[in-house]
Design a binder for this molecule. Structure first.
Ligand SMILES: [Zn+2]
Length: 597
């Protein structure tokens, strides 16, 4: 197709102080019955309706210089009046969301996801697109960082990291390559011959780029070896020339969003290593996040649930399989740090113990399965409130324990000959490798037991029925013992408990969650109550409450004063035994069937 016949998006960095992008969309052959334009209601990988269209401030359509009427037909859609020539749509997008999901722009940098900026020409989503990135008027020296390929062969094709034309085979690809523009700190490395860029935006003095690149290189190489042990071909070479980690560094952020050849991450400044210093403890958290999103390059960006092949971005897409796509990814993220040699086995086992702490602490796991949690991600996991620990289970954390349990069960049944790795490779061959090469099919909702059997010979139907579709805890103690790892649990401390989560409040200590069946619940306390005194003594923070509880024993009664809204209430709580358990995993011998490591 000739360039002048392609749908084109021009992006201008129009107003840094006001955080506004100016977009010009040109549709060469609009629908003669009237062209509809639609922005996604959600962004793949983040399962919540975001209503990105609410940030479009103004929109004008024209054709051949004459205005074309455009009116909204739903929250995300505009319909233009019929016109004969090319349709031009100028619109302004407000971008002040420094998350991995949205768009952001000020005088220091610009970052955007296409879901926030690019209206789809409805009915023409399969058409190739051009993206014209214009250099900013207000700043010099800015460069472009994205995995979206340059419009090769075009006279205005963007040079590497430059402004100009980029291209996408279709709309789905256009919105799957976030873009960072500015003056970030950057380093590149190769893993099995494939280029990877690490791009850090935000102030980080003395950032140890070399150290991060060396560790990331090992992690990426280990993952490529897992999925493609023979060819060692990186997955993103099916359309992109490089993989890009776009990292935003803030004081207290954490999060990531996966894309087909890149990821957007947010991390804490304090979790990054500085030159000449020992890496901070939180560095493993950062590497785990990087590993997690990179694993998604295979698992969810190419191996997908059928519900996401293709995505319908106008409404929620329901699948019971996020325990596979997020849970398995959460299992492998830390495991790949171990296999890559970035952490040692005791450090890895500590991370598994921490996951067990998180999963087993909350009673919601006995009410909701990870399959149910996946299906209801849109309305429950992504809309958590004070009662969520009592009502929900995480398909990430429990999903990772299901993956560990499955891995150990496959190893047991196959006498150590097969593992979850074989399942991932089968999924990759059957669904992932050719996903963007004309074979876009996804995993059916009920396919996992048969796929695991096909990959390994192991029958895990009952295991999945109990622990993924059902709500039973994953029986890890005996399974870990078989591979030489002892699992034990001790109380976190000896202090008696109210069994609540609290949050700091200038007026006292706020009860954030009251765990069901715990002492506070039985005494009639509620989430939201403001604790101001215990046994007639003022409580101002969690440490003060802990000191008071340290002097008490389980079974004793404690008088509490709380405000519920503006009403003072008195409750008598019978203190409980320490509820929180700390799980420890320790190697005590060699395993009969080999360990996941
Ligand atoms: Zn994920």
């Amino acid at each position: 197709m000739k360039n002048e016949q392609m749908i084109q998006y021009q992006v201008r960095l129009a107003d840094p102080a006001g955080h506004r992008y100016a977009i010009r969309l040109t549709i060469p052959r609009p629908d003669p019955a009237g062209q509809s334009l639609r922005l996604p209601a959600w962004i793949p990988g983040s399962y919540l309706i975001r209503d990105f269209a609410r940030q479009i401030e103004t929109l004008q359509a024209s054709s051949g210089g004459a205005p074309v009427a455009a009116r909204k037909t739903d929250s995300h859609t505009w319909r233009c009046a019929p016109c004969t020539g090319p349709l031009t749509v100028d619109y302004q997008v407000y971008a002040w969301d420094l998350s991995v999901r949205g768009a952001h722009f000020d005088e220091s940098h610009a970052f955007f996801n296409g879901c926030s900026l690019f209206l789809a020409a409805v009915g023409q989503e399969a058409q190739p697109c051009l993206l014209d990135l214009c250099p900013p008027a207000h700043a010099r020296g800015w460069q472009v960082y994205t995995s979206l390929p340059s419009a090769a062969g075009h006279p205005d094709a963007a040079p590497l990291r430059g402004f100009g034309l980029y291209q996408a085979r279709d709309y789905d690809e256009l919105i799957d390559h976030p873009v960072e523009i500015g003056t970030p700190q950057c380093i590149s490395f190769e893993a099995h011959g494939a280029v990877h860029d690490l791009v850090f935006t935000g102030r980080v003095p003395n950032l140890d780029l070399e150290r991060i690149a060396a560790d990331a290189q090992k992690i990426c190489a280990a993952q490529i070896e897992l999925f493609e042990p023979a060819s060692r071909r990186a997955p993103f070479l099916d359309g992109a020339e490089r993989y890009v980690f776009l990292v935003t560094v803030t004081g207290d952020g954490y999060g990531g969003l996966e894309h087909r050849a890149s990821t957007a991450l947010i991390t804490r400044r304090a979790d990054l290593p500085a030159q000449g210093c020992a890496a901070p403890e939180g560095y493993v958290t950062f590497l785990g996040l990087l590993s997690h999103e990179y694993f998604h390059t295979w698992n969810v960006k190419r191996i997908k649930p059928a519900a996401f092949a293709p995505y319908d971005l106008s409404r929620p897409g329901h699948t019971e399989l996020l325990w596979v796509f997020e849970g398995f990814t959460s299992y492998y993220d830390d495991l790949m740090l171990l296999r890559a040699g970035v952490i040692d086995e005791p450090a890895y086992l500590k991370l598994v113990g921490r996951t067990l702490d998180q999963v087993l602490r909350a009673g919601g796991r006995l009410k909701q399965s990870v399959a149910e949690s996946s299906f209801d991600a849109w309305t429950r996991y992504y809309k958590q409130d004070e009662n969520s620990p009592n009502a929900l289970v995480s398909y990430y954390t429990k999903g990772s324990l299901v993956a560990l349990g499955l891995d150990l069960e496959i190893r047991r049944q196959s006498g150590g000959a097969r593992s979850l790795d074989d399942v991932m490779r089968l999924l990759w061959r059957r669904y992932g490798r050719d996903f963007y090469q004309g074979r876009p099919r996804g995993v059916a909702e009920d396919a996992m037991p048969a796929l695991i059997q096909a990959a390994t010979g192991a029958d895990v139907t009952d295991f999945i029925a109990r622990h993924a579709l059902g709500r039973e805890d994953v029986p890890l103690k005996a399974a870990l013992a078989r591979v030489g790892i002892e699992l034990s649990a001790q109380p976190e401390h000896t202090r008696p408990t109210l069994d609540v989560r609290t949050q700091a409040d200038p007026a006292g200590l706020r009860l954030a969650t009251v765990h069901e069946h715990g002492p506070a619940h039985r005494a009639g306390l509620s989430a939201g109550d403001l604790l101001i005194a215990a046994d007639g003594l003022r409580i101002t923070d969690a440490a003060g409450l802990d000191r008071l509880l340290d002097a008490r024993r389980p079974g004793e009664r404690l008088s509490l004063h709380v405000f519920r809204r503006d009403e003072l209430r008195q409750h008598t709580v019978r203190l409980g035994k320490p509820a929180a358990l700390r799980h420890q995993l320790q190697r005590v011998g060699g395993g009969a069937h080999g360990t996941p490591a």
